[in-house]
Design a protein around this ligand. Structure first.
Ligand code: FES
Length: 154
């Protein structure tokens, strides 16, 4: 049996056919749609490296079956900047050194964009840390990450 879905990815409509209903959004993005910015860390919902936005809400793409996303609107890290102009959250991560090795950074940034869009982070670092708690950084760059999200949320 094959499955065909139509979804919008970073503003472009994509029609994708696949044979295995277990294909995750993460693998679809990286392996079928040539969008490797979304990272695979744990592949089991524990690290947040694979965070993307689906219909404006942040999700772990490793836990989301592609077959459920017919008609969905997906935004990945590749969809944030406008040409050479970084998204404000990306710019804030650069300004505040919100990374070290950078592997978790796409997920951190997508999670921050979603968190800010949720609208109630305020300017409380503790609320930001809690809101970003699903995104792990093995380099422990948490101070810079929190400062970056705080600044972008202002
Ligand atoms: Fe999806 Fe870790 S790769 S949460």
């Amino acid at each position: 049996m094959s499955y065909t879905i139509s979804l919008t990815v970073n503003g472009d409509r994509r029609d994708v056919t696949f044979e295995d209903a277990r294909v995750t959004l993460l693998d679809l993005l990286r392996e079928r749609l040539a969008l490797p910015g979304t990272k695979k860390g744990c592949d089991r919902g524990q690290c947040g490296a694979c965070t993307v936005l689906v219909d404006g809400r942040r999700i772990n793409s490793c836990l989301t079956l592609a077959v459920t996303l017919d008609g969905a609107d997906v935004t990945t890290i590749e969809g944030l900047a406008r040409g050479d102009v970084l998204h404000p959250v990306q710019a804030s991560f650069v300004e505040h050194d919100g990374f070290q090795c950078g592997y978790c950074t796409p997920g951190q940034i997508m999670s921050a964009v979603g968190l800010i869009a949720e609208g109630d982070v305020g300017t409380d670092p503790e609320r930001i840390r809690e809101g970003m708690s699903g995104n792990l950084c093995r380099c422990a760059a948490y101070h810079g990450i929190t400062e970056a999200v705080l600044d972008a949320a202002r």
